[in-house]
Design a protein around this ligand. Structure first.
Ligand code: BES
Ligand code: MN
Ligand code: ZN
Length: 524
């Protein structure tokens, strides 16, 4: 069991590292009617009301837009699109109409959905550039900078594709789609504040793309070493200090809980620490990610159906690395520490058995009643390790429980906090980005479900409130600082035809970091 056997070649490593480039953004106050562009995107409401940009086009084309809409070809539903060619009077080669839904219910969520629909359509159309006239709409009183930031993020994220491992087609069609540059049209002049908003949105999308790539990579490529190498690469790009603790280092620290998960894997455990020092003289924000690069369940083996989805069990780690990428890109004036517990949960002759007892780094002992409840075993040692940073707060991100998917489905992450204001702040960040999380309880009464006859606690809380008892387990290790936990089991990836990583909860987390940066005393 050496790193050499672990690095068995797969023949796809190098291609897999190349991701589809995200578009470049710019701002312009050009008029939608006279702008020469391969593609112009404009919004219309479902009752036929036109946005200002669409009105301009309609006037220039002597009512062509209204006429088309009257025929009813634009499907109902926010975010549906209709592509028009040769609109008379317009200088754009094509016009893409986007349904904004009913003007009365046009709020943040429909704004996000409309942008997502536009972004998806842009990815299908073969145009190198696009001009988007969607930010000059009224969205519940949100300022223009807010609309620009989310437009850049969502348009870029909607065009994300993970097609690197597919053999390139001879005609080159596979990689040529999707605009390389997108211009957001404004009715006023761009200002430095608006440019910043645009850059922030694009940076969040780039961090999400890294998160999604890491999630989508198969388990035979994205193993603990790969996560460590990704962290090192971030360090080289942004000047982060990166420390990789090996198995022996972890043993010296007493991380026997985390180590128990990776025991039977040929890929040794890695404990990854990435530090960004943006100054400000404030205590750091610590982000911790569950990095189980594949979760078989261990000896408590999972059933075979959809087991491939367990390659996504490192999406918390991917989210932390994606967030660090954003922090580095934007040089946020904050101290941020990213921690990833990277392990592979395998069965085998050396594997942890149900009933085994281990001592965690905190000194608390754990009876491992189910080796499939492994995420908490990794996170608890990371939570103890985080104490050394005397953090302002700690947020862990984990695909922790199937029970969270039963409770909240695939739309909403589970949000737990031992600190009311931190919990509320994160909740708001979810609401404001559409990357929503719902607050869940950590009441002491649930702790009884973790009672063990043979150790300080068991790692299994039983079926009732499975997401809550998992969080309660973590809370026992997070008593010394304000802490929050995001259970992203349902939100980090989707199954079925659109199978893939979503990049969540990077929008929520980056919103949190941006808000903290904006109120940092070191803000430049
Ligand atoms: N990685 C899983 C949780 C999960 C389930 C994530 C479905 C995404 C989709 C986690 O390690 C796990 O197996 N949890 C168990 C805990 C149980 C044994 C207490 C679960 O949820 O069934
Ligand atoms: Mn598991
Ligand atoms: Zn797991």
């Amino acid at each position: 069991m050496t790193d050499a056997t672990a690095a068995r070649p797969t023949g796809v490593e190098t291609e897999l590292r190349q991701t589809h480039p995200l578009p470049k953004f710019s701002l312009s106050d050009a008029s939608p009617a006279t702008l020469r562009t391969p593609l112009l995107v404009a919004g219309v409401y479902s009752d036929g009301t036109l946005t200002a940009a669409a009105q301009t086009l309609d006037a220039a084309s002597r009512g062509r837009l209204s006429a088309v809409l009257k025929r009813g070809d634009l499907e109902p539903g926010v975010g549906s699109t209709l592509l028009l060619y040769d609109v008379p009077g317009a200088s754009a080669q094509r016009v893409l109409l986007v349904n904004l839904g009913a003007p009365r219910d046009f709020h943040e969520h429909s704004f996000f959905k409309a942008l997502y629909g536009a972004g998806k359509a842009l990815g299908r159309i073969r145009a190198d550039e696009g001009s988007i006239a969607l930010v000059d709409v009224e969205v519940s009183g949100r300022p223009l900078a807010w609309r620009i930031m989310h437009a850049a993020r969502i348009l870029a994220d909607a065009g994300y594709r993970f097609d690197a491992p597919k053999q390139a087609k001879d005609d080159g069609t596979q990689r040529s789609r999707g605009a390389r540059s997108l211009t957001l049209l404004l009715s006023s002049k761009a200002t430095p504040g608006l440019e910043t908003a645009m850059r922030r949105g694009a940076a969040v999308a780039a961090g999400m793309a890294l998160t999604r790539d890491l999630g989508n990579l198969p388990g035979n490529v994205c193993n603990p070493e790969y996560l460590a190498e990704t962290a090192r690469a971030l360090g080289r790009t942004y000047g982060f200090e990166v420390e990789i603790l090996e198995r022996e280092d972890m043993a010296k620290l007493g991380m026997f809980s985390a180590l128990s998960v990776g025991r039977a894997s040929d890929h040794p455990c890695k404990f990854i620490v990435v530090k960004h020092e943006g100054g400000g003289g404030r205590a750091p924000i610590v982000l911790i990610g569950k990095g189980v690069t594949f979760d078989t369940g261990g000896v408590s083996l999972k059933p075979g159906d959809d087991l491939d989805m367990m390659k996504y069990d490192m999406c918390g780690a991917a989210g932390v690395l994606g967030a660090m990428d954003i922090v580095g890109r934007l040089e946020l004036p904050l101290d941020v520490v990213g921690i990833v517990g990277a392990v592979e949960n395998m069965p085998g002759g050396n594997a942890t058995r149900p009933g085994d007892v281990v001592r965690s780094m905190s000194g608390q002992t754990i009876e491992i009643l189910n080796t499939d409840a492994e995420g908490r075993l990794v996170l608890c040692d990371a939570l103890t390790y985080a104490e050394r940073f005397e953090p302002e707060c700690v947020i862990d991100i984990a695909t922790l429980t199937g029970a969270c998917v039963i409770a909240l489905g695939t739309q909403t992450s589970g949000l737990y906090a031992n600190d009311e204001s931190l919990g509320e702040e994160l909740f708001q960040c979810g609401m404001d980005t559409g990357d929503r999380a719902w607050r869940m309880p950590l009441w002491d009464e649930y702790q009884e479900q973790l009672r063990s006859n043979f150790a300080d606690m068991s790692n299994l809380g039983g079926r009732p409130a499975g997401s809550v008892t998992a969080a309660c387990f973590l809370a026992r290790f997070a008593g010394n600082y304000p802490w929050a936990h995001l259970d992203i089991a349902g939100t980090a990836s989707v199954g079925g035809d659109a199978k893939g990583a979503t990049g969540r909860p990077v929008p929520l987390i980056s919103e949190f970091l941006l808000r903290r940066a904006d109120r940092s005393p070191a803000r430049s």
